[in-house]
Design a protein around this ligand. Structure first.
Ligand SMILES: [Zn+2]
Length: 330
């Protein structure tokens, strides 16, 4: 069963009303209004392809009846290379090879934010002659460059809830799956273990490392206490709740975010929402102090997080740092 959802998500629908914004000492009135442009569209001759994805978890291509080229997705009913000979629908396999190294989108527009970070690349599935654009994920934690490259073998995965769109499917590297999963046709996202990311191991801490860790931790405690008292910084995490276990060379601690509150405690959480690993605690400290973005450190693999979608939380921590610096300048 598919959950009933609106084309425009509730959170994007503002309340009726107005507000005043002060810019350079002048007051400006802002009111909420709306403009509607809903439309229905047909998938036309593509319908068979999308219905096969949605109802049968099958991937279809079209084969030219003359030259035999197989195009996936089946975007041509007649082959332009063969004097427009008709094509026929055929099924192709659900394992393929990356045709290029996919770029990764970390900061998506609001339409795609719920999917980010995601890779987007072209895959040639077995049995196909052309490459299909598709979103890419990893089960090993945050998606960073290097996990999926040109030549990486990937498997087509079906969303549990499908509506007949390209977003019904995505790919993950076959290296992250079992033999049975790779061979299963119509493998669904819920059949994959997303809860066992590969946490990077930290080297043992020398006495010098431990001293550095203590120093940085004390600074971070002060900084987070300042953040907690700062109204602007608190706004960045309003309505957000996360327990983060942070592991660094020299020790571990917890950062707890709770609807505007942020606290650091030297404890091991029994069930954190996600784990953050940073070899050098100063990388995180610098980010919180607005000396370089934490999101950049994640992308550059200096900080690892156990859940891809928690990049959103990292983004909020960056905003906290930025808001606090701004409020102090004001
Ligand atoms: Zn042809």
């Amino acid at each position: 069963m598919i959950k009933k959802k609106k084309v425009i998500d509730e959170i994007y629908i503002p309340d009726v009303g107005s507000q005043v914004e002060t810019i350079d000492g002048k007051e400006y009135l802002i009111t909420n209004d709306a403009m509607y442009t809903f439309f229905r569209r047909t998938k036309g001759e593509f319908s068979g392809f999308f219905l096969a994805l949605k109802n049968e978890k099958r991937l279809l291509g079209c084969r030219c009846t003359k030259c035999g080229i197989v195009r996936v997705p089946p975007f041509l009913t007649h082959c332009p290379d063969c004097n427009f000979a008709p094509t026929e629908m055929i099924e192709v396999e659900q394992v393929g090879i990356m045709n290029s190294t996919p770029p990764i989108t970390y900061f998506a527009t609001s339409l795609f934010q719920h999917m980010a970070p995601y890779g987007r690349g072209r895959v040639i599935f077995k049995g196909a002659d052309t490459a299909m654009s598709i979103n890419l994920y990893t089960t090993t934690g945050i998606l960073v460059p290097g996990i999926i490259k040109k030549g990486t073998e990937v498997k087509l995965i079906f969303r549990d809830e499908r509506i007949g769109e390209m977003t019904d499917v995505f790919c993950v590297p076959t290296a992250e799956l079992t033999h049975a999963q790779i061979n299963k046709k119509g493998l669904q996202e819920s059949e994959i273990d997303w809860e066992r990311p590969q946490e990077p191991s930290l080297p043992p801490a020398s006495e010098e490392d431990s001293n550095q860790y203590r120093k940085a931790l004390d600074k971070m405690k002060d900084l987070i206490q300042d953040m907690n008292r700062n109204e602007s910084a608190r706004k960045a995490i309003a309505g957000w709740k996360r327990d983060i276990q942070v592991k660094a060379r020299g020790g571990q601690f917890a950062i707890r975010i709770d609807d505007g509150d942020i606290r650091l405690s030297e404890s091991a959480l029994s069930s954190p929402d996600f784990i953050m690993v940073c070899d050098d605690i100063n990388t995180l400290l610098d980010g919180l102090a607005y000396r370089g973005a934490i999101t950049d450190s994640v992308i550059n693999k200096k900080i690892w997080i156990s859940k891809n979608m928690e990049f959103n939380t990292i983004f909020k921590l960056d905003r906290m740092a930025r808001f606090m610096v701004r409020s102090k300048k004001a």
